[in-house]
Design a protein around this ligand. Structure first.
Ligand code: DGT
Ligand code: CA
Ligand code: CA
Length: 592
């Protein structure tokens, strides 16, 4: 699919597959609109032709006459290919997308539901998404329509749930809840000895495709039976004594493997992955004349390791590598050279630099948030409510902020065990100015600045906007730098390397926002920042007293970024932090 952040002009090599995806999507929309069937077929054929074309169209001369010579592609489609290659987008597709709810084409992918039915579900029941379809089917609303009986409703529900499960990726936070529940359930069986959730979940990826549950047992049939009887199971995809697979009522797929205790460590390595890491590990083992599999490490027919992960890595001459690092991004080399990072842990965090109260869109008072931060093990908390602006309702203006500062003074005067810092999450305006007067910002302990509007500026303008904001003499932390929302909003077009360089020169901080829907910066960007010498701030962005629980997702992402305690500014004791924050305050703006 054409990435949505390419909707503007963005110089990149467009592949044939991307052009084909544009045509296929156009055909989907036309079909939903019950357009002329010949026109629809023309787009479908063009998609097939382009996808199968042996040479990249981007390498051909961009005249439409050239493209029009391709089989089944006339002047009109040839012109569209030219447009896509030039601009990265297709105005017809943009128009079609704008005039329809986005999820409708997703519905088309559910087996057994064609465009006419999708159009009816949309017009008669207001269904626009796959999850909406599932909800309506569960509520038995679909069988109220003419031509949809109970049976077809059931078939549709099953197909939609399976499709959700297979296509969708799940936020690590949602996956965590399922993982906790299923582990607690499986522990209830005497046949289950050890248990772990492996796969991308254990590597703490921001989203997971499914859960890979690993169990050791001496009575595998009993362990598997326990799994299949899990009350949340909606549909069993595979059943066996050593492997089962099921889809839960939520649509999440869970794979179960049952192994003997002497293979638990090797199976854990294997099913934790990543695949790329496993392949690299196996290559290293082969060089030592060893074979490594999910059953153990073998020299010839002799098992020399298998029960624990530490044994497996030791058998191939390596220290244990943390799951978050297992992406084949240099971790095996680093392990070999004994320079694996001392990864940051949740307990290393001493404070939080980004949290909201009920003065704006939060749900608790300063005192309640401070108490919650304290019981989350933190010793300082910055209150950073929103400034008033385009993207935010109820934002603070200067006078409300000044009143909040007095309230924080009163709180700190008799608080015990937690210090509240005076902050703001100030709007970065379209031109890079900050949304509150300088003399107000200068009274704060720190200024967290963020983009909440104008997400679609060109890369050049967006980058300039951020750099200008950073040059403000009071700037301390850039919050959720790319603005992405997982599964919802693509990252803004910004030159992240320039932002990182600027943050280094400016000695300010970049946030690793721990909200599971954000996790922004991502792992690769955060590692880039740390390598460049920029300190990160792992912040909860809590909006209520439970919000600090998100910090562990931030820690997971930070570990994937190879971060150590020294890379993260809010691991510092308050006095040291204050010194650094004071240093971010410039006497005069940096030259751009
Ligand atoms: P996901 O579920 O898409 O978020 O990603 P993973 O990494 O959890 O992938 P999944 O569920 O397909 O498989 C779990 C682990 O099993 C994977 O990380 C490594 C291992 N694995 C799966 N297939 C292969 C394979 O063909 N070769 C090797 N070496 N390992 C595999
Ligand atoms: Ca998985
Ligand atoms: Ca799996």
């Amino acid at each position: 699919r054409m990435p949505s952040h390419c909707a503007g002009a963005c110089p990149m090599d467009i592949t044939n597959a991307e052009i084909a995806a544009v045509f296929a999507e156009v055909a989907d929309w036309l079909e939903l609109d019950a357009e002329n069937p010949f026109r629809i077929r023309a787009y479908r054929n063009a998609a097939r032709t382009v996808e199968a074309w042996p040479r990249q169209l981007a390498d051909m001369p961009h005249e439409r006459r050239e493209f029009a010579k391709l089989p089944g592609i006339g002047t009109d489609l040839g012109e569209k290919i030219g447009e896509i290659l030039r601009s990265g987008t297709c105005s017809l597709l943009v128009r079609l997308r704008k005039s329809h709810p986005r999820g409708l084409t997703e519905l088309l992918k559910v087996p057994g539901i064609g465009p006419r039915r999708v159009a009816r579900l949309h017009h008669e029941l207001g269904i626009t998404t796959l999850s909406g379809l599932v909800r309506a089917a569960r509520a038995r609303r679909i069988s109220t329509l003419k031509g949809f009986g109970r049976r077809s409703e059931d078939t549709l529900l099953q197909a939609a749930v399976a499709h959700l499960g297979s296509e969708r990726r799940w936020s690590i936070a949602v996956a965590s809840q399922h993982a906790d529940a299923i582990m607690a359930y499986l522990r209830g069986s005497a046949a289950v000895l050890d248990i772990a959730v492996a796969g991308s979940f254990r590597r703490r990826r921001e989203t997971v495709g499914d859960l890979d549950v690993l169990v050791s047992s001496r009575k595998p049939a009993q362990a598997a039976a326990r799994f299949l009887a899990y009350p949340q199971v909606a549909r069993v995809l595979a059943r066996g004594n050593t492997r089962c697979s099921a889809i839960l009522k939520s649509g999440l797929q869970v794979d179960l493997r049952v192994v003997a205790p002497h293979s638990f460590g090797s199976a854990l390595v294997y099913f934790t992955g990543s695949k790329a890491h496993n392949i690299a590990l196996r290559r290293g083992a082969q060089q030592r004349g060893l074979k490594i599999s999910e059953y153990g490490v073998f020299r010839g027919a002799t098992r020399i390791a298998g029960a624990t992960e530490t044994d497996i890595y030791a058998a191939v001459g390596l220290p244990l590598i943390a799951p978050e690092l297992r992406e084949d991004r240099g971790e095996i080399q680093a392990a070999r050279e004994n320079r694996l990072p001392q990864l940051i842990e949740r307990d290393d965090l001493r404070g939080d630099l980004h949290a909201h109260t009920n003065a704006t869109d939060g749900h608790a008072s300063i005192a309640e948030m401070a108490a919650a931060a304290k019981s989350a093990g933190l010793s300082y908390l910055a209150i950073t409510d929103h400034s008033h602006g385009l993207g935010v309702v109820h934002g603070l203006d200067a006078s409300r902020l000044l009143r909040q500062l007095d309230a924080i003074d009163r709180f700190n005067a008799d608080a015990r065990g937690i210090a509240v810092l005076k902050g703001i999450e100030v709007e970065i305006l379209e031109d890079g100015r900050l949304g509150l007067p300088d003399n107000v910002l200068a009274r704060l302990d720190l200024v967290v600045a963020a983009v909440h509007s104008h997400f679609r500026l060109s890369r050049t303008r967006q980058t300039a906007r951020i750099l200008r904001a950073m040059d403000h003499p009071c700037f301390s932390v850039l919050a959720h730098p790319t603005g992405r929302l997982l599964g919802e909003r693509a990252p803004c077009a910004i030159d992240i390397e320039r932002v990182i360089r600027h943050a280094r020169d400016r000695a300010c901080f970049l946030e690793l926002n721990a909200q599971p829907s954000r996790l922004d910066l991502d792992d690769v960007q955060a590692r880039m920042a740390a390598d460049a010498g920029v300190r990160l701030a792992i912040c909860s962005d809590a909006h209520d007293v439970n919000g600090f629980a998100a910090l562990r997702f931030g820690i997971g992402q930070a570990r994937r970024a190879w971060l150590e305690r020294r890379h993260v500014v809010n691991t510092l004791p308050l006095l040291d932090l204050r010194r650094l924050l004071a240093a971010t305050m410039l006497k005069q703006p940096l030259a751009a």
